[in-house]
Design a protein around this ligand. Structure first.
Ligand code: PRP
Ligand code: URA
Length: 185
């Protein structure tokens, strides 16, 4: 099953709601880390990357400091959007800075089972020894299968496993909104 076999059930965030949530997370990152010295962002492709770039832009607007942004390309081999097949696989890392000693904020659009984040943590640890790693997600939909939690959450959305959260970003989807999809029966 893919998103074509699903229909929209509800809109969770519009463009303004997404912006407010991301600006708030930018403030929280600055507050929690007492500034952004040694802070670096790493976005999980695909939709975590524009979100990380937006956070970097908001942080720059608030603090006047540019923080580096790296990319991890992780694919979940799913045969169905509502179930997980094999483990997520890390394909490519585009991290041009040393992670050693950095406060890394990992950024993704949706946190679900936590398996993608676990793979991302492994990939980051392979690159060096960060001082700490924090996690920022636009949507936490619950249903964790491993003990992972987010430090910064745009919105907590209770879901059933049959539903799918679809984050639509203008850079990728030519629209800005977050919707819940359900199976078209
Ligand atoms: O917590 P998990 O169960 O691992 O699920 C969360 C992951 O699933 C989504 O990726 P998806 O494969 O849908 O790709 P996308 O980023 O292109 O939307 C989302 O972007 C997260 O990376
Ligand atoms: O519902 C979900 C689950 C994982 N990833 C998504 O993008 N949506």
């Amino acid at each position: 099953m893919n998103e074509r076999d699903m229909k929209e059930k509800a809109q969770i965030l519009d463009d303004k709601g997404m912006r407010r949530a991301m600006v708030r997370i930018a403030h929280e990152i600055i507050e929690r880390n007492k500034g952004v010295e040694n802070v670096a962002l790493i976005g999980v492709r695909r939709r975590g990357v524009p979100l990380a770039q937006r956070l970097a832009q908001y942080i720059n607007e608030i603090e006047g400091t540019s923080v580096p942004v790296g990319i991890l390309d992780i694919t979940l081999y799913r045969d169905d959007l509502t179930t997980l097949a094999n483990q997520p696989q890390v394909h490519q890392t585009e991290v041009s800075f040393s992670v050693t000693g950095k406060k890394i904020v990992l950024v993704d659009d949706v946190l679900y089972t936590g398996r993608t984040v676990r793979a991302a943590l492994d990939a980051i640890m392979d690159l060096g020894r960060p001082e700490l790693v924090q996690l920022a997600v636009l949507i936490d939909r619950g249903h964790r299968e491993i003990p992972i939690r987010a430090d910064y959450v745009g919105k907590n959305v209770p879901t059933s496993r049959k539903e799918v959260i679809s984050v639509r970003l203008k850079e990728i989807d030519q629209e800005e909104r977050v919707v819940i999809l359900e199976i078209n029966e």
